[in-house]
Ligand binder design. Structure first.
Ligand code: SF4
Length: 317
């Protein structure tokens, strides 16, 4: 179970837009969804480095079920540009509202933390910042540059918002040459109005296609959650749409409901169904596929990046 501890609740509600929505009871998880507890010495060390550098992580903000496992291996996904998102997706546990101004020191702090954690591969994500003229593109660029300067051997994966109506933003971030450019579709097209209002399915597909057009050497990646009422055919159509945009890597994981005020879990997809999605996705030409109940965009991202690179080399040889 994901427990949300919101110490600032009286001061600033975490999900003001969801306060008056009818509650959906959180369904009991099936036996195949098991997570590892935190609390190991390495977990504590990771927590300390995050805290000392004044960083926000999506691992904590999203209430990720894998935090015990990831932080015990020093894998933390940094969330830049604050802890408050300007969108209000029905599945997401990140706080929504009016964000604070950007912290100019954040790129340097993130780079310090990456160096201290000794990461071979880092994943940087962010909240949506529709309030900024460039959607935060320049902040992504500065963060990539600061990590490159402090840890030249670390490979960098970014998981970005959609930069909807932010002209030039995608180009600017792609030109900073992250090793992996990830942008999640999150769900099938028919769910957008209820699950991801404010986003546009075909804009997100086009974003991924543009990254490849700008720099074909950048790996592109996208992820979805299942269990949100989608049909199998819709997932297969989504795979085709991603392949049309030449996306290299697809991740598919089970949606888990963070609180009763979030979108309900419609069904728990079985491990066999995840396996069937994996087989189909490989047949459709993805270089890499991760499809399991606990797959998350940044879960095992370092190991997966090594496999992704090897798969491209094997294809070219
Ligand atoms: S899967 Fe990603 S978000 Fe979840 S704990 Fe691991 S690194 Fe953090």
């Amino acid at each position: 179970m994901v427990t949300v501890i919101d110490t600032q609740r009286d001061v600033r509600p975490r999900h003001p837009e969801k306060e008056h929505k009818p509650a959906n009871p959180v369904k009991k998880k099936p036996a195949w969804i098991k997570v590892r507890a935190g609390g190991s010495p390495v977990y504590e060390e990771t927590r300390k480095i995050v805290q000392e550098n004044n960083l926000v992580t999506v691992c904590q903000e999203a209430g990720c079920p894998n935090i015990g496992e990831c932080w015990s291996q020093k894998h933390a996904t940094m969330m830049i540009m604050g802890d408050t998102c300007t969108r209000a997706c029905a599945f997401c546990n990140v706080r929504t509202g009016v964000p604070n101004a950007l912290d100019a020191k954040e790129p340097e702090n993130v780079a310090n933390a990456v160096a201290k954690l000794g990461l071979n591969h880092v994943v940087i994500t962010s909240v949506d910042r529709d309030d900024l003229d460039d959607g935060g593109a320049q902040h992504f660029v500065e963060t990539i540059e600061a990590i490159r300067a402090a840890s030249p051997d670390t490979t960098i994966e970014i998981l970005t918002p959609d930069f909807l109506r932010k002209e030039g933003a995608i180009e600017a971030v792609a030109k900073a040459k992250p090793d992996v450019f990830n942008h999640n579709l999150e769900t099938v097209a028919s769910n957008y109005l209820t699950v991801r209002p404010g986003a546009r399915y075909f804009h997100s597909i086009r974003l991924l296609q543009q990254v490849k057009e700008i720099d074909p050497s950048i790996f592109t990646k996208s992820g979805i959650m299942v269990g949100l009422g989608e049909t199998r055919n819709e997932v297969l159509q989504l795979m085709d749409d991603l392949r049309t945009a030449d996306v290299d890597f697809i991740t598919i994981g089970q949606y888990l409901q963070p609180t009763p005020h979030h979108h309900e879990v419609i069904d728990f997809v079985t491990p066999d169904e995840f396996k069937a999605y994996e087989t189909t996705a490989y047949a459709k030409g993805f270089l890499m596929v991760s499809s399991t109940p606990l797959t998350r965009s940044s879960h095992h991202a370092g190991e997966d990046f090594a496999k992704l690179r090897a798969a491209r080399e094997a294809k070219l040889s």
